[in-house]
Each structure stands twice: as structure tokens, then as C-alpha cells.
Design a protein around this ligand. Structure first.
Ligand SMILES: NC(=O)c1ccc[n+]([C@@H]2O[C@H](COP(=O)([O-])OP(=O)(O)OC[C@H]3O[C@@H](n4cnc5c(N)ncnc54)[C@H](OP(=O)(O)O)[C@@H]3O)[C@@H](O)[C@H]2O)c1
Length: 514
């Protein structure tokens, strides 16, 4: 795949010229195309002396920005001093200067006729509150263009993931080079997909959290995780729809597999509040395949045009594919097969039943903690395999509803510790209890675990939860959520790409992130 022409720019925000030079060196080593020198961060900045050093000694092209407080920066002095410094930056050899729309006319007039040939003026507008309508952003582009800008920069704020669609509409149709970014976690997609939707440049940070605007990814993530250089107009979009999503290991898995297979796709975490709205807005064939996680698995099913019978019986989908012939959405549940096969293999190892065809779950008493999407998949799967199913859930009515659906019994979560009608039971936690950051929590007292022969935990961050650790200490066989995650991802990958899943690669990647 050919490298796209969208640039990656690292903001450098050293408090001194020396710190700036160190960060510039790091940015060069990290593989970016240019640095944004945030002059407003330098303490006791002396333009005449410092700009020579910063611009001449920078190992990369420079974009000089001297952002005032009134536009979200650090500079608090008078305007003339600020714009004089930016003009000087141009004269000393900066490749780009960024000025805010409010002062752009005046600035463009002041440099008229003196612009070096390679120099480009970026005129920017930042909205830290929301993302206006397409019409309003379009008008803003026109106003910025009228100042004589070589490059238009518009940064807005995402209140919802669908706000990004309006920015894509603008960048795709722009007649001038444009930087269009939507700030905040819900706007991440705007920063990754600019090569697809015609963005001139994106920002990548040297370190996680060391950002100059909300939502910036690291350079390493852009280059290594999202394969930024290879993204282009034909790249298919995949992602995890959830809330929260930042803990997900899916991007590591799918992007590495796409890269290994030279498959033109990118998989991103997408912080989504409303699944139906997401699919209503992102209805183009480019938005091709999605994983669904908390809390969207049930709502996602309702939004699908066609639901696979197993997913329908479970009442939850974790995989959605857009059909290429008519754009309709098909929903599947790959959690079911992933979890059940992992538990079956755990039991086969325990009872040395490697060669038997019958499910080792047949006849077993199978306790599912939780009645959400994952709980339904496990309960349905266990029942299918001939187990006797009991659901224990915090909200008893939901436990009862699921138990009635699969023909099992229900308990409230409080009763679980004293529930041991027989030995050799199987326990599956499908709640988020014990998930990072609350790793000290567990859904059942340790003393109750000795009644079980196998304990499974759907939580996979951390790999060994408190529940699994205590089960192991009690001599019980354990099956991790990571095993379920890897197995459900096999099927998901095959549905996403039509290619066989690179099983060995998936295992190697997950071993590094576990
Ligand atoms: N390993 C994998 O591949 C994999 C795949 C899917 C899911 N998972 C994990 O499984 C877990 C559940 O996912 P889901 O999609 O099924 O979520 P979900 O549909 O939102 O269901 C959550 C379930 O957890 C219960 N719950 C949540 N917080 C609780 C708490 N503090 N105390 C007691 N019960 C609590 C809820 O009980 P109420 O009914 O009372 O609200 C509900 O039964 C997550 O940790 C997810 O990461 C892992």
C-alpha cells in the first residue's frame, strides 16, 4: 500500500529552548514529519535570540504557534509582541506559522509581499464547546480562506462520536488544504482517519497524556498501532463500539492482523453513547465492521436489519457487519462460541477427554454470574451443550428473566456464596466485577469456590482476576477471559475480512498485552 501524503506533526511544549530542542530530537526519532513549536510554553521567551536557535537547529520542518489564552493557549502578553514574534519566525525560516482567525487579516496584510516561497500560513479556529453544523463549519472555512490562509485549520469539540462525521464532510469536500480535527475522546476517529478524508495534517504526541489539545493520540499509536502511513481513501473502517472503550485490546489484535495480511482496514476504539444514532450517521459502506461491548450489545441487536439465529436466541450481538450489496447491517454473537469452547477445552484437559466428541458440559451444573450480553451468551451456550443452568445476578428480575429464557433457575447475587447443592459445578463470571481499576473486587467469597471444578471469568483486564487467583488457590481449574477474547476474535476477524484468522499471531499479540 502506498504511503499517503497526510503529515504527522508533534507539538513540542518545552519550558525552555533547550527542552524544546530535546523534544524536537525525540520527535525526529519517532518518525514525524514536522513539529509544532508552541512558543507560548517557553518561559522568558526572547524572540530575537530564541527563534534563530529553535528554527535553525530543529531537525524537522517547523510550525510556529504562539497561542494566546483567549484561544486556549498560554500567552498572556500584548498582541503586537505576539504577532511580531510570529512574523519574525517566518523571516527566520519557519515553514509554517499558525495564527488565529481573529488576527489573521491583520497578520496576512503585515506579511504581504514578504512571504518566502516555501512558507505557508495556517489560519486556525478552535471551538472548545461543541461542533457546529456543516453549514456553520463551511462558513467558517470560507471566512478563514478569505484571510489569505494557505491552510485552513478548524478544531471543534466532540460531544458525541457522530459530531466527527460533519468534520469529515467538510475535509472531504474542501477546495483548500485543511486540517479538520474534533477534540476529545469521542473525536479520536478524526485524528486517525484524516488520510482517508483528505486532512492535511494530524497531531501525534511524544508521550501519552502530554497533549496540547484533548484527545491527541501518541505518535507511536498513529504509526505502529493504526498504521497511519498506509491509510487512504479506500481504507475500510472497523471499530469497537462501547462506553468505556479505552481498555480494549481489540485495536492491537485487529490492526496487527490487518497489517500482516496487507488488508486495507483500520480498527479503532469508538466511544459511543447511542448505537442507533451511530449507525444512522455513519451509514456509508466505508464503515464496515464493528465489535460491540458494554453497554451496547442489546441495543445493537435492535439496530441490525438481520440477526443471526444464535444471536437472536441470546438477545445480544457483539459483531456487526455492513452487507456490501445493500448496506444493511447483519448482527452476530461470537462471544458464545469463544467462551464455551474455551470452557470445554478446560474441562477436557481436567478430565483427559481430548478425544471425545460429546461436550464435557453435558449434565453439569453451570452457574452464570450476570445477566447482560456476555451472561446471555454463556447461559445460552451452556444450555445448548446440555448443562443445567443457574443465573445469579445483582438485579434478581434480570436473572429470572434469563433463567426463564434458557430453562434454568435464578438466584440473587447475595445468595451465591451459600449455594452449593453439589460438588464439581462450573462457575462463569460475566459481570465487570474485578475489572481494572477495581481489581480487588470479586463476585463470590473464596470459601465457596471449593464446590466448583472449573471457574471462568469473562473479565480479561487483568488476565488473572481476584476470582481466578482465589479459584487457583482453592485447587480449581481456571479459564481466563483472555482465552474467550482471543477465540471470539477469530470468528470476528473472519467475518470482518473474509480471510482465515491468524490464530498464532493473535496469541502472540495477546501474550504481550496480558
Ligand atoms: N473476554 C471476552 O471476550 C469478553 C467478551 C464480552 C464481555 N466481556 C466482559 O464481560 C463483562 C460484562 O460484559 P457485558 O457486555 O455482558 O455487559 P452488560 O451487558 O452491561 O452486563 C453487565 C452485567 O454485569 C452486572 N454488573 C455490572 N456491574 C456490577 C456490579 N458492580 N456488581 C454486580 N453486578 C454487576 C450487571 O448486573 P445488573 O443486571 O444488576 O445491572 C449485568 O448483569 C465485562 O467485564 C466485559 O469486559 C468479556
Amino acid at each position: 500500500m502506498a504511503r499517503n501524503s497526510t503529515l504527522i506533526c508533534a507539538p513540542v511544549m518545552g519550558r525552555s529552548v533547550d527542552q524544546m530542542l530535546i523534544e524536537m530530537g525525540k520527535a525526529k526519532a519517532a518518525g514525524v514529519d514536522l513539529v509544532e513549536v508552541r512558543l507560548d510554553y517557553i518561559k522568558n521567551f526572547n524572540p530575537r535570540q530564541d527563534l534563530e536557535v529553535l528554527i535553525k537547529q530543529c531537525p524537522l520542518p517547523t510550525l510556529c504557534t504562539y497561542r494566546p489564552k483567549w484561544e486556549g493557549g498560554e500567552y498572556e502578553g500584548d498582541e503586537k509582541t505576539r504577532t511580531d514574534a510570529l512574523q519574525l519566525a517566518m523571516e527566520v525560516g519557519a515553514d509554517y506559522v499558525d495564527v488565529e482567525l481573529q488576527v489573521a487579516h491583520e497578520f496576512a496584510n503585515s506579511i504581504h509581499g514578504t512571504k518566502p516561497q516555501k512558507f505557508k500560513l495556517i489560519v486556525s479556529s478552535h471551538n472548545y464547546h461543541n461542533t457546529p453544523s456543516v453549514e456553520d463549519i463551511g462558513n467558517l472555512v470560507a471566512r478563514i480562506q478569505a484571510t489569505g490562509a494557505d491552510i485552513v485549520k478548524i478544531a471543534t469539540t466532540a460531544l458525541d462520536v457522530t459530531d466527527v462525521a460533519r468534520m469529515f464532510q467538510i475535509t472531504t469536500h474542501s477546495q483548500v488544504p485543511i486540517i479538520g480535527l474534533v477534540m476529545g475522546e469521542r473525536g479520536l476517529m478524526s485524528r486517525i482517519l484524516c488520510p482517508k478524508f483528505g486532512g492535511y495534517l494530524t497531531f501525534g504526541t511524544l508521550e501519552a497524556g502530554k497533549i496540547s489539545a484533548p484527545g491527541q493520540p501518541t505518535i507511536k499509536d498513529l504509526l505502529d498501532l493504526y498504521n497511519f502511513r498506509q491509510l487512504g481513501p479506500d481504507t475500510k473502517i472497523y471499530g469497537l463500539l462501547g462506553k468505556p472503550v479505552s481498555h480494549s485490546k481489540g485495536p492491537f489484535l485487529f490492526n496487527a492482523a490487518f497489517k500482516a495480511a496487507s488488508f486495507n482496514g483500520v480498527y479503532m476504539p469508538l466511544l459511543v453513547d447511542d448505537v442507533a444514532k451511530f449507525f444512522d450517521v455513519y451509514s456509508s459502506p466505508d464503515f464496515f465492521g464493528f465489535s460491540c461491548t458494554i453497554p451496547h450489545k442489546e441495543d445493537a441487536l435492535k439496530r441490525c436489519d438481520e440477526v443471526h439465529p444464535v444471536a437472536k436466541s441470546i438477545g445480544a450481538v457483539n459483531t456487526i457487519i455492513r452487507r456490501s450489496n445493500d448496506g444493511k447491517l447483519s448482527g452476530y454473537n461470537t462471544d458464545y462460541a469463544g467462551a464455551i469452547s474455551a470452557i470445554e477445552d478446560g474441562l477436557r484437559g481436567l478430565h483427559d477427554m481430548h478425544n471425545t466428541i460429546a461436550s464435557p458440559l453435558a449434565g453439569k451444573l453451570f452457574i452464570v454470574i450476570g445477566a447482560g450480553g456476555a451472561g446471555k451468551a454463556l447461559a445460552y451456550g451452556a444450555k445448548e451443550k446440555g448443562a443445567r443452568v443457574v443465573i445469579a445476578n445483582r438485579t434478581y428480575s434480570r436473572a429470572k428473566e434469563l433463567a426463564d429464557m434458557v430453562g434454568g433457575d435464578a438466584l440473587s447475587l447475595d445468595e451465591l456464596g451459600d449455594f452449593h447443592p453439589e460438588n464439581g459445578m462450573i462457575l462463569a463470571n460475566t459481570t465487570s466485577i474485578g475489572m481494572q481499576p477495581k481489581v480487588d473486587e470479586t463476585p463470590i467469597p473464596k470459601k465457596a469456590l471449593s464446590s466448583y471444578s472449573l471457574v471462568f471469568d469473562a473479565v480479561y483486564t487483568p488476565k488473572i482476576t481476584r476470582l481466578l487467583r482465589e479459584a487457583e488457590e482453592s485447587g480449581v481449574t481456571i479459564v481466563t477471559g483472555l482465552e474467550m477474547f482471543i477465540r471470539q476474535a477469530y470468528e470476528q476477524y473472519e467475518k470482518f475480512t473474509g480471510l482465515p484468522a491468524p490464530k498464532q499471531l493473535f496469541r502472540e499479540i495477546m501474550a504481550t498485552y496480558a
